[in-house]
Design a protein. Structure first.
Length: 376
């Protein structure tokens, strides 16, 4: 259902920040791998078009199909298991008509929509055992499918996203406290088990990354920690202003292929080396402004579902930003998470722009009786 709105109600401030951030991503991807720059630019253009279209479709109308979207999401994740494309030991992509995409990226947006509707429908009985069990089962199904790909970092991302959304929906602090009393000891036990050499809870390469993080000085894990060490070196070498984009005249950790996957998961190391502290600060500031604007829009949403959509999208950007920066600066174990709107990845960037389109739509309906342009 497409509505007409007044032009002055459109959030051009958010759009300008997104375009500036994504344009910087296009430049950085081009510097990391020139052959991918055109694709990243096309992803940006496609994302902007999709964002505008989504922003004009009443999000309340979209939420009427939440269960259909949830079912379609589960179907896509199942198809990945059956006919997904394998790369580097992981089966996470689907190829349809020559176009390859990662359903998990779209799943994040679908789950935000689904639980925005679900939690709004259960505002009155959210803190009952029946509703909480139902919610946990509904999130556990896609989580298990994502984990089985295997895709631990997106499993963690979606789990944290769910926790934030249910908190914003009004989860009781008594329940939160009870969960923490159980979850913290379980996390400690889990960590104790996964560091054992014969454990079966996670893949061997995932355990190696954790062990490399905990024992970075151990020569046995030198290969696993090398990428992060080179990333930190690259970021530090840029100093205040960086060496300049596409600068091949000076020693470069990124141009010398000392940092692998520098067009995707380690794009921030390219920013650090070539744009320096100032460039990195600019990227983080723009990401912060995107998150802040999503939260601001959520405070003026016409209903609980709109508030949850905005908080969900803000949380998604925030979680992925934190994990990405923490990994490239060696604060967390190595796990490949793209930097929102900056890293290469068409599925990721288009999915995020869909999320931003939903935020814009919530902003257009910021009043319970929102103004609508009469058809002439």
């Amino acid at each position: 259902m497409i509505r007409q709105y007044k032009l002055q109600d459109y959030n051009f401030k958010l759009i300008i920040v997104l375009m500036a951030l994504t344009s910087m991503g296009v430049l950085l991807v081009g510097s990391a791998d020139p052959s991918l720059q055109k694709k990243q630019f096309l992803g940006m253009v496609l994302g902007l078009i999709v964002m505008v279209i989504v922003s004009l479709i009443d999000f309340s109308w979209i939420l009427n199909f939440s269960w259909i979207m949830y079912g379609g999401n589960i179907l896509l994740l199942l198809l990945v298991k059956v006919m997904g494309t394998d790369a580097n030991g992981a089966q996470r992509w689907l190829s349809i008509g020559g176009f390859q995409f990662q359903p998990t990226e779209l799943a994040k947006i679908i789950l935000i929509l689904f639980f925005a509707k679900f939690f709004m429908d259960h505002e009155e009985d959210l803190n009952t055992l029946r509703t909480l069990v139902k919610a946990v089962v509904l999130i556990a199904i896609p989580l298990s499918l994502i984990l089985s790909q295997p895709d631990l970092k997106n499993t963690i991302t979606v789990a944290i996203l769910f926790c934030i959304m249910i908190y914003v929906a009004g989860l009781s602090y008594k329940i939160i406290g009870s969960i923490l009393l159980i979850a913290v000891p379980m996390a400690i036990v889990f960590l104790f088990i996964v560091v054992q050499p014969d454990q079966k809870l996670i893949k061997d390469y995932q355990r190696d990354r954790i062990m490399a993080f905990l024992n970075s000085e151990d020569d046995a894990y030198s290969d696993d920690v090398l990428q992060q060490e080179n990333s930190v070196t690259a970021i530090g070498s840029g100093q205040l202003t960086g060496k300049g984009l596409n600068n091949n005249e000076v020693a470069s950790a990124n141009k010398g292929n000392f940092v692998s996957e520098n067009q995707t998961d380690f794009i921030f190391s390219v920013a650090g080396e070539e744009l320096g502290f100032i460039g990195c600060t600019a990227i983080l500031l723009m990401l912060f402004l995107v998150i802040l604007e999503c939260i601001r829009v959520s405070l003026r949403a016409k209903d609980a579902s709109g508030k949850l959509i905005c908080c969900g999208v803000a949380s998604l950007v925030g979680i992925q930003t934190f994990i990405n920066i923490a990994v490239v600066t060696k604060i967390l174990p190595n796990t490949g998470t793209p930097l929102p709107f900056v890293s290469y990845g068409l599925t990721s960037i288009v999915s995020l722009y869909i999320g931003m389109g939903l935020v814009l739509n919530v902003g257009l309906q910021k009043y319970r009786t929102y103004r609508e342009v009469e058809k002439s």
